[in-house]
Design a protein around this ligand. Structure first.
Ligand SMILES: Nc1ncnc2c1ncn2[C@@H]1O[C@H](COP(=O)(O)OP(=O)(O)OP(=O)(O)O)[C@@H](O)[C@H]1O
Length: 258
């Protein structure tokens, strides 16, 4: 079953076409990768799915309902959260607080209740902390709960970002280059985390990533963009050997003629 359907999605910035007539289907509970050389339109695609940009034309359907025209916070309430290419944590807040921030839209507490320390609000907040702690365990940060986020090592900061995004209980998690800047050990750890999120927490993952080893290892399906156009789609083994994909990455002439 498709959780997300992208239909003929185009985004123009003045005379520049960032994505052109893209159609994709993302199956529920899958790991789907969107790859392509720099400037291919990958982040623009994420920005349209999260309503940061309005498509010039085309549609995006979440469980059959259009997301076009919604505000970013509404898309997030409908169950789509993301992480960013550049880490965006609250460095001066603790690791636990960063996850609690990600959870806020699911908390029914009201500021006045918090201010007055009403017992039922305190209960909700305690429950939120327990849940946040569970998430931190999941992403392997339970020993750093009270550490400031800015003090974490790079790979740990990236995992905290994923933890914060998971706190919103998304149906779809969009990861924008989660392995960027990671060393091979950190990438391995991230790979198994992403794999676990899908298998154990029932989330659908859409991943933009330049690390092809990671992409080929965990993706069920891959879409390839080049200069805003969808040039290929298929399972990792199909993409690995696709001539247009190899040419897009390595330049024309990289593929020997048959
Ligand atoms: N807000 C904007 N205004 C004008 N042009 C933009 C805007 N955002 C993106 N673009 C252009 O759209 C094209 C696609 O950019 P995009 O960032 O989506 O590519 P990408 O595949 O994510 O690249 P990278 O892998 O380098 O992050 C580029 O030519 C970029 O300069």
């Amino acid at each position: 079953m498709n959780i997300l359907e992208v239909k003929n999605l185009t985004k123009n910035f003045g005379g520049l076409t960032a994505t052109s007539d893209i159609t994709m289907n993302v199956e529920k509970n899958s790991i789907t990768a969107v790859i392509g050389p720099n400037g291919a339109g990958k982040t623009t695609f994420f920005n349209m799915v999260t309503a940061v940009y309005k498509p010039t034309s085309g549609d995006i359907l979440l469980n059959g309902k259009s997301l076009v025209g919604l505000k970013p916070h509404q898309v997030s309430q409908f169950g789509i959260t993301r992480t960013f290419q550049n880490i965006r944590l609250f460095n001066e807040m603790t690791v636990l607080e960063n996850v609690l921030v990600g959870m806020h839209q699911n908390l029914k507490s009201h500021w006045i209740g918090t201010l007055l320390q009403l017992p039922h609000i305190r209960k909700i907040e305690e429950a939120a902390k327990v849940e946040a702690y569970d998430i931190l365990k999941y992403v392997g940060l339970e020993d750093y709960v009270n550490e400031n986020a800015g003090n974490l090592a790079y790979g740990a900061q990236r995992r905290l970002e994923i933890g914060r995004a998971m706190a919103a209980k998304p149906k779809i998690l969009l990861l924008d280059e989660p392995a960027a800047g990671m060393n091979p050990k950190e990438t391995d750890r991230l790979t198994s985390l992403i794999h676990d999120l899908r298998t154990k927490l029932d989330v659908t993952i859409i991943l933009i990533e330049h690390d092809m080893k990671l992409v080929m290892k965990i993706s069920d399906y891959i879409y390839v963009l080049d200069h805003g156009e969808l040039i290929a789609s298929g399972k990792p083994d199909e993409i690995r050997t696709n001539k247009r994909v190899i040419e897009a990455y390595l330049g024309k002439g990289a593929v020997a003629n048959d």
